[in-house]
Design a protein around this ligand. Structure first.
Ligand code: GLN
Ligand code: ZN
Length: 757
């Protein structure tokens, strides 16, 4: 029998139950027991969803982040989390979210740094190491979940992050070499495996996704050392990789002394044959054949065509699974009762993917005949997508073919433009601005929801949003900000908002995917050629500009970010889709300019996360991504100031590509990493204006004016002061006004102090 298993199930809940429970808990409206009960309920429900599988994951559930969980399991929460005899959950959330000095009678605690989980839009809390780092096992969380699973009759396969990937994901806070910690770490892993074995566990999924990245000899050696040391454990280890090809690590992955290997076949279809040859005969080969990161139905018959002979060859050694954890897809397509029915038939969410897995396994075990009906309906859905006339638009194809390099170039160089813009805009030194969104209050959400449900007419809706814009502009004037924004009250999400107005997209109602902690996004589904039937933002921005004499910045999302934050088609290269998006947003840029908007920000928050995992693949991605941005932005007059924004982008290593975007101003995230990002500017003199974020909007902490001044001093060591802007490090939509107002007051006061000095 083919063994089926899953690498991880989305934990936020079909209706985002976990999100709401967490947020109530943080507000003090829910107690710890009730929060834990929500977790238990979700886990049990998710195990029921997976009961057809041979093995179900345990420990994939997390109250905030699986990497932070691992830090806690390894006794490696930073010291500032608090004393170890304190409430564990408080310590945990203190690192997840920080603690404001104003929040308690004690001192502030800064949150752990967050960064992208490989090339996904999930963010994890970066483990911290220093010379004093010592690990000590705390297996409570994992054992509690395991006990629950066993009670629920689950054939449990605990999921943990492997020791070498754990070190690789972390950051050393002093000069400690992360790998020097391996010796101290391995015994703790040994104990953990032993504890799990004591509970009767047979298989453990141990994730080492760094095997799909470029590893130098030290890291490769560390993998060897780690698995030779863990070999003695009385459990079977399934060494798990995902998100890419193994390439030069293939032999290493095959030879590490474990009981099985999982390969992401969606990213590495070309490696299946080599692995089958290399893998020692006693090892299990788990093939991730269902795309765990995208929402298209699998072509089951095509998969069976190549799986059948492999099954013949491998027999019991063949396992099947999704390519990676299903964390990256929504829970259930059946919730989508209002989705375009034709397109719906092309899709599969987590529950549907597990069904596909089941079908494949049955077809292999018992023959295709036993699932003939299911295979036929799958084949007809796959064919209907291939043949649909809704997927291609000849007009769009013609426009893309007609793109010229000149479309991606400004008329003049930055010096010339910047002089013209200065004359026009008359901004002070250290201009202050924000990244676009202002707090999305309950009223704003209700207004949008009512409009969506048809409970508000177009005019009423417009008046209410205009009122929000008016108040937002007024508040910014009162605060004394220099470049204002309209506040994005009409936007539920910076990608969905545009997707909804573009041709070629459909939307889910409940297709939430966790981004970090309790934050979820609902990626729109890009299924066909992209065009823009009419202007998307011009009316709102023009209205906002009419309310103030200060310059108002129009707000758009760039093509690369729209691409990276959507579920995109898998039937053409990403590059082709990106260029279509670029042409559509370019039209919007030109319409804004024609409407008298002098500053236009094109957010490319997600540019970096689209980077291939291996540096050797970066150049080709950056070439087309930057070109797409340039085509979007650079059709404007010299007087028009183009801004772009990137969040959580460590861009030291792509600074030259960022410079090639040639945006007049770029705003970036920096505050959580203490201006470390600015190291990029040591070796490379970034030519244009830059606003390093001075207010960490992902934490409820309000920065003090002196702190902002000192951050700006640090920035001025790297970048000439006349090219510095002052801004938060991202949009303010998740914060409340009573956090935002003092923070922005501090920012404006800091700008004044700097100007005076
Ligand atoms: N303009 C967007 C906002 O302020 C940018 C958000 C982001 O970068 N993630 O919300
Ligand atoms: Zn941002």
């Amino acid at each position: 029998m083919v063994t089926t298993h899953n690498l991880g199930f989305p934990r936020i809940g079909e209706r985002r139950e976990l999100k709401f429970a967490l947020e109530s808990y943080w507000k003090g409206e829910l107690n710890e027991a009730a929060l834990q009960e929500t977790g238990t309920g979700l886990r049990n429900r998710h195990w029921r969803d997976q009961q057809q599988l041979t093995l179900a994951p345990v420990g994939d559930f997390s109250l905030y982040d699986q990497v932070l969980d691992m830090s806690s399991t390894l006794g490696n929460l930073p010291v500032r989390a608090g004393e170890s005899d304190e409430n564990e959950l408080n310590r945990y959330f203190r690192i997840a979210r920080g603690r404001s000095p104003a929040d308690s009678n004690c001192c502030g605690v800064h949150a752990g740094e967050m960064t992208k989980w490989f090339d996904t839009n999930y963010h994890y809390i970066v483990p911290e190491f220093d010379a004093n780092t010592r690990f000590a096992l705390d297996s409570t969380r994992l054992l509690t979940q395991l006990a629950e699973a066993i009670r629920a009759g689950v054939n449990a396969k605990p999921v943990i992050i492997g020791p070498v990937t754990y070190l690789w994901l972390g950051k050393s806070k002093d000069s400690t070499d992360r790998l020097s910690l391996l010796d101290d770490l391995l015994p703790v892993y040994g104990q953990l495996l032993q504890r799990l074995a004591d509970e009767g566990v047979e298989w453990i999924q141990i994730d080492e996704p760094i095997l799909v990245t470029e590893l130098d000899s030290q890291w490769r050696h560390a993998l060897n050392r780690a698995y030779h040391s863990l070999k003695a454990s009385p459990v079977k280890l399934l060494l798990t990789t995902y998100f890419g090809q193994l390439r030069d690590n293939l032999q290493l992955a095959c030879e590490l002394p474990v009981a099985g290997l999982h390969l992401d076949v969606i990213s590495a279809p070309n490696e299946v044959a080599r692995i089958t040859d290399w893998l020692p005969g006693h090892k299990v080969l788990s093939l991730g054949v269902i795309d765990g990161r995208n929402i298209w139905k699998t072509d089951l018959s095509a998969a069976l065509d190549w799986l059948e002979p492999l099954h013949q060859k491998l027999g019991e050694r063949l396992w099947l699974a999704p390519s990676c954890s299903l964390l990256h897809v929504p829970v259930d397509l059946n919730s989508e009762t209002t989705m375009d029915p034709e397109i719906r038939t092309w899709l599969a969410f987590a529950r549907q993917k597990l069904k596909e897995l089941q079908l494949l396994a049955r077809a292999l075990d018992e023959g295709r005949e036993v699932v003939a009906n299911e295979l036929a309906s799958n084949a007809s859905a796959v064919l209907s997508r291939k043949d649909s006339t809704r997927v291609t638009d000849p007009e769009v194809r013609r426009s893309v073919a007609a793109i010229t390099p000149a479309m991606g170039r400004r008329n003049s160089d930055f010096q010339t433009r910047s002089a013209l813009q200065a004359r026009h805009l008359r901004l002070p030194r250290y201009p202050t601005t924000t990244i676009g969104s202002f707090p999305q209050t309950r009223e704003i959400r209700e207004t949008r929801l009512k409009f969506r449900k048809g409970e508000l007419g177009q005019d009423e809706y417009q008046n209410l949003i205009r009122e929000e814009i008016r108040q937002c502009v007024r508040k910014q004037e009162d605060l004394g900000l220099d470049v204002l924004v309209h506040g994005e009250a009409e936007r539920n999400d910076m990608v969905e908002y545009f997707g909804e107005q573009l041709e070629g997209y459909v939307f889910s109602r409940f297709g939430w995917v966790q981004s970090y902690g309790s934050r979820c996004v609902k990626p729109p589904i890009l299924f066909g050629d992209i065009s823009r039937p009419s202007a998307m933002t011009v009316d709102w921005i023009r209205y906002a500009q009419s309310l103030t004499d200060k310059p108002l910045k129009g707000m758009l999302t760039g093509p690369v970010t729209i691409l990276n934050w959507s579920f995109v088609r898998d039937d053409q290269p990403r590059k082709d889709t990106c260029l279509q998006l670029a042409l559509a947003i370019r039209k919007e840029v030109l319409d804004l300019e024609a409407a008298g908007v002098n500053i236009i920000q094109i957010d490319e928050a997600a540019l970096r996360e689209g980077l291939p995992l291996r540096q050797s693949d970066w150049q080709s991605y950056l070439d087309w991504a930057i070109e797409a941005f340039r085509i979007t932005a650079n059709g404007v007059k010299d007087e028009t100031q183009i801004h772009t924004h990137m969040c959580y982008s460590e861009f030291n290593d792509i600074i030259e590509a960022i410079a090639r975007m040639d945006a007049d101003v770029i705003t970036i995230e920096t505050s959580r990493s203490d201006m470390e990002l600015l190291d990029a500017f040591k070796g490379f003199s970034y030519p244009n204006d830059i606003g390093p974020g001075v207010y960490d909007i992902h934490s409820p902490n309000v920065p003090a004016t002196e702190q902002i001044v000192s951050l700006m001093h640090k920035a001025a060591e790297r970048i000439p002061a006349e090219r510095l802007w002052i801004n938060p490090d991202c949009g303010l939509k998740t914060r409340s006004w009573d956090e935002v107002v003092p923070a922005l007051e501090g920012m404006v006061a800091a700008a004044r102090a700097l100007r005076e000095a």
